[in-house]
Ligand binder design. Structure first.
Ligand code: MTE
Ligand code: MO
Length: 523
């Protein structure tokens, strides 16, 4: 069989009429395979070079039957001159993430390739609208790159159940349909997963997010229901039960995909957008430039970035992110039947503490103090609360003694963002209170050793001086802690579970137990 120089292989890229890929020192002509490839055109991303870095991302390919398929297309080998120890030289293998955009340094990086980063705590409750550059990033693969011209000409294909298709360029969407703005939260199903792992003492699979895999933005775009109607889909068939289509699939340019029920897509109060703008600017590349779906009230996995295809179908999306991920099981179930659990769509009620500040010791005044009157430590808390399905949060409860007694936080009067009675945004809350001295326990009392969600967020403030009237016994061990806890309730009175152990699932999805943070002070 012939041997090919790398310079020749490079010419058989995605634009060539005969795309090639390499694996090891073998060269394959994949022209015939593209139309049959289950992942579609995405295989072209590897054309002109090695397929291996992609298989490291889509590990499903590391399978004998995949090698067998590829072997049918073998046309030769890489030239000896381009091999080092029988393998292609490292620098000839392209990094799929080489084109990823530069990210704001304040984002908290969980993984670089693919890029996953959470919004820093200060930014979570500082503003109602998360700035674009601090909005959390959750990518399964690389970030597609389009020039502004390519973006305007970017084509969205809509396929109806009978197989007919209609194409829209981004320009069509922007100029031929009414623009709609929706302010909505996106929350990853893995938000607070690390709290579930620590709080339950059981490891979970997945990115160990803290409380920052959630953000709120104003999205500009067109209503999905308008586009479906234009493409020839009759929404009345959904209402009268004769619709063949039961699901709307969204496919991204890098092969990510998922789906939502057709009911949500055509619900006049559903507000599903095909968005090209974010907070008044074009979508940033990390967030789906030039087009993404925004499914308010649903898990963010359904808000598909770099959107290129919409398919109406009687079945859910066949993608692994629809069928083999983003589902929950019982705490005892570790070998699971994926088919049996529904895909997560609407989100449950969630809340988190994103800031803790300890203030001064306050001493009760002479008149009000009784014999037992004790000094207390001022504490200021803030955070967010959110519920899925458009259900607004009606109350946030705060406990300064780990759940024994509760008070209510103050919900900030942010823009209501109610759309036909639906609330798609988070609510920010603040709380000012005082922790009585007796609630602070020395670590020996057990408080500091107890599992809280936020061991690493433990607040240590040594600034406060010991109250003058405190007895000398406190001088020996001076670090004292208490656990503050919060929970939110939404408009249908759903609330958060007390323990992560009770909702633990091996994938660590939907970690919504009370957020508990240990607050320590040097008395
Ligand atoms: N869409 C594409 N095309 N690729 C992806 O990896 N990740 C999904 C969703 N849409 C993803 C995607 C997941 S799991 C989440 S949580 C959100 O995008 C994150 O959106 P963001 O990065 O804009 O915050
Ligand atoms: Mo996610």
């Amino acid at each position: 069989m012939p041997r090919f120089r790398m310079s020749e292989i490079r010419k058989h890229d995605a634009k060539s009429t005969h795309p090639w890929v390499t694996h090891g020192d073998k060269v394959y002509d994949i022209t015939e395979w593209i139309s049959a490839h289950p992942g579609g055109q995405v295989i072209l991303r590897a054309a002109g070079g090695s397929i291996e870095p992609y298989w490291n991302i889509f590990t499903i390919h590391k399978n004998q039957y995949v090698y067998d398929i590829l072997n049918q297309y073998l046309i030769g080998y890489i030239h000896q001159a381009d091999l080092v120890d029988g393998k292609p030289a490292q620098e000839t293998i392209e990094d799929p993430f080489a084109d990823d955009p530069v990210r704001h340094p304040d984002l908290i990086t969980r993984t670089m390739k693919p890029r996953n980063a959470e919004t820093p705590e200060q930014a979570l409750s500082a503003q109602f609208i998360t700035p674009n550059e601090l909005f959390y990033v959750r990518n399964h693969m690389w970030v597609p790159k389009l020039t502004p011209d390519e973006a305007e000409a970017h084509i969205l294909t809509v396929e109806l159940p009978d197989g007919t298709t209609k194409e829209y360029t981004l320009r069509d969407l922007k100029t031929k349909f009414a623009e709609k703005k929706i302010t909505a939260v996106l929350q990853c199903s893995g938000n607070r997963r690390s709290h579930m792992s620590r709080g339950s003492g059981r490891a979970t699979n997945g990115l160990q997010w803290e409380a920052g895999a959630i953000s709120n933005a104003t999205w500009e775009g067109v209503l999905l229901s308008d586009i479906l109607a234009d493409a020839g889909f009759d929404a009345a068939t959904v209402r009268n039960g004769t619709s063949e289509a039961q699901h709307v699939h969204f496919s991204g340019m890098e092969a990510y995909g998922s789906s939502i029920p057709i009911k949500k897509a055509v619900d006049p109060q559903g507000d599903v957008l095909l968005a090209y703008g974010m907070n008044g600017k074009p979508l940033p590349r990390d967030h789906g430039y030039p087009l993404r779906s925004i499914v308010p009230g649903h898990v963010a996995a359904r808000s598909v970035k770099w959107l290129s295809q919409i398919t109406l179908s009687d079945e859910e999306s066949p993608s692994q992110w629809q069928r083999k991920d983003y589902k929950c099981f019982g705490p005892n179930q570790t070998k699971v039947d994926w088919e049996k659990a529904p895909a997560i769509q609407e989100l449950p009620v969630q809340s988190a503490i994103t800031g803790v500040k300890l203030g001064e010791w306050t001493t009760p005044s002479q008149e009000t103090s009784s014999d037992s009157a004790e000094p207390a430590k001022e504490v200021a808390l803030n955070g967010y609360a959110y519920s899925g399905g458009g259900r607004s949060v009606i109350r946030v409860d705060v406990s300064l003694d780990d759940g024994k007694s509760w008070s209510q936080a103050n919900l900030l009067p942010d823009e209501e963002s109610k759309y036909d009675g639906k609330s798609w945004s988070w609510k920010r809350w603040t709380f000012n209170g005082a922790v009585p001295l007796e609630a602070f326990k020395t670590p020996e009392d057990g408080a500091a050793g107890k599992e809280t969600d936020d061991d690493k967020n433990t607040i240590r403030r040594g600034s406060a001086r010991r109250p003058a009237n405190e007895s000398s016994q406190h001088t020996k061990s001076n670090r004292r802690c208490t656990t503050v806890a919060i929970k939110a309730t939404d408009e249908v009175y759903n609330t958060q579970p007390e323990s992560h152990a009770a909702t633990w699932n091996f994938r660590g999805n939907l970690a919504t137990a009370w957020h508990r943070v240990q607050v320590c002070t040097d008395c």
